[in-house]
Design a protein around this ligand. Structure first.
Ligand SMILES: CC(C)(COP(=O)(O)OP(=O)(O)OC[C@H]1O[C@@H](n2cnc3c(N)ncnc32)[C@H](O)[C@@H]1OP(=O)(O)O)[C@@H](O)C(=O)NCCC(=O)NCCS
Length: 160
């Protein structure tokens, strides 16, 4: 089995599946977030190493997960930018290191784009990101839900 990473723009046949997963996971958090809106947004992630972009993990042609790099990630948090966003690993693939690998690849992408500080927000996965070296910079209320903004100085991949 061979694990590989690709820009979503190079494998657009996976955009529908990814949109279904993302909407099932995050629509309760984001007003107006639905599959057509997600597909429309993914269509703008069209050029590889740029913002916005989405990287996917694939194994034998099967979609395992994704991560995005965005200018803005939520209308209610505009004080920070850019963002690591939409980290998602397929349920049956969790716990094998893919989440960490995607975060590290996103950091590497940001570093190659000259980004000095990268942000994310999370409501529940703070411990996961803390283990990876991310630091909490603020607590925000997203329509009643408490979320944490975290930041890091993006690092290159260890073998880069
Ligand atoms: C969060 C998520 C991306 C983790 O992906 P994953 O592939 O299972 O993560 P990994 O296998 O790389 O985990 C690596 C390490 O983090 C730990 N870990 C995973 N999820 C964790 C969590 N929620 N809290 C603390 N530690 C966590 C693992 O136990 C593992 O630790 P170890 O190396 O000491 O054994 C995945 O659970 C997911 O897609 N969840 C739904 C979407 C989501 O919440 N995304 C994040 C939005 S902010």
């Amino acid at each position: 089995m061979s694990l590989r990473y690709a820009w979503l723009s190079d494998v657009p046949e996976h955009a529908q599946q990814l949109s279904d997963w993302h909407v099932a996971e995050w629509s309760p958090l984001i007003p107006g977030f639905n599959v057509p809106a997600m597909l429309q947004e993914f269509a703008t992630h069209d050029g590889g190493l740029k913002i916005p972009t989405t990287l996917v993990a694939l194994e034998d042609g099967s979609l395992l997960g994704s991560i995005s790099l965005l200018e803005n990630d939520h209308d209610d948090i505009r004080a920070y930018s850019p963002w690591l966003a939409s980290l998602y690993v397929r349920e049956d693939q969790r716990g094998r290191g893919l989440g960490i690998a995607l975060v590290r690849r996103c950091e590497d992408m940001a570093r190659r784009l000259g980004i000095g500080r990268l942000y994310l927000y999370t409501a529940g996965q703070e411990r996961f990101y803390r283990k990876l070296g991310w630091e909490e910079v603020a607590t925000v209320s997203l329509r009643g839900l408490c979320a944490t903004v975290m930041a890091i100085v993006p690092r290159p991949l260890p073998d880069a």
